[in-house]
Ligand binder design. Structure first.
Ligand SMILES: [Zn+2]
Length: 214
């Protein structure tokens, strides 16, 4: 099944997508990660992408799609994938349609105050980037990453005012996109109105939706 994950920054989208990926045995594709990998590997495409960034320009949708196409043509994507972070705009959705069809859209519906609460208690690992939460996803040892024992810290941009601004940008951008996809009948809303809800509860709910569709 080809699944798109929509959700505001801080909705837990990435966490849910990676857990779903394990349960469904389908790769979790984050366009952010793809871009970073490609730059790291210094491929031709990666070099083009860093050129855009160093000129302070946005990477064109076509280039991201080129990257995405390369990824989804790999054998592990044959029976499906979970796409996270793309599309974010209608032109991106149209580019995506040229390279892949979509079966289901999971739209995480999380109120702003819940996100602000969650992000302002978020902890990030300095070494590997793993995400924890002071309330809902505590590390085994306080202040230390479970995976690499790196130091956990609060990100500068995880402050309520900055978060609110990011949420406003997201809502303005995504509203038209949701309307665009409404006609496909593929959108399933998953609401999460509690800041401390364990990720697995939400994942279970999404799995139920997927079961009903297949
Ligand atoms: Zn770590």
């Amino acid at each position: 099944m080809r699944i798109l994950m929509f959700g505001p920054p801080g909705s837990g989208k990435g966490t849910y997508a990676s857990r779903l990926s394990v349960k469904l045995n389908a790769p979790h594709i984050s366009t952010g990660d793809l871009v970073r990998d490609e730059i790291k590997k210094q491929t031709d495409l990666g070099k083009r992408i860093s050129d855009y960034s160093s000129r302070g320009q946005l990477v064109p949708d076509k280039t991201i799609c080129e990257l995405l196409q390369k990824r989804i043509s790999q054998p592990d994507c044959k029976s499906g994938f979970i796409l996270d972070g793309f599309p974010r705009t209608i032109p991106q959705a149209q580019e995506l349609e040229k390279i892949s069809s979509t079966d289901l859209i999971i739209n995480l519906d999380v109120p702003d105050d819940v996100i602000i609460e969650r992000l302002s208690t978020r902890l990030t690992c300095k070494s590997c980037g793993a995400i924890y939460n002071e309330r809902s996803l505590k590390p085994r040892t306080e202040g230390k990453c479970d995976k690499c024992h790196g130091q956990l810290y609060k990100r500068e941009d995880d402050q309520p005012k900055v978060i609110q601004e990011r949420l406003n940008v997201y809502r303005n951008q995504t509203q038209p996109l949701l309307e665009y996809y409404q006609k496909t009948g593929q959108i399933r809303n998953v609401s999460n109105k509690e800041a401390g809800l364990p990720p697995d509860k939400v994942v279970q709910e999404i799995l139920k939706i997927i079961e009903n569709e297949s």
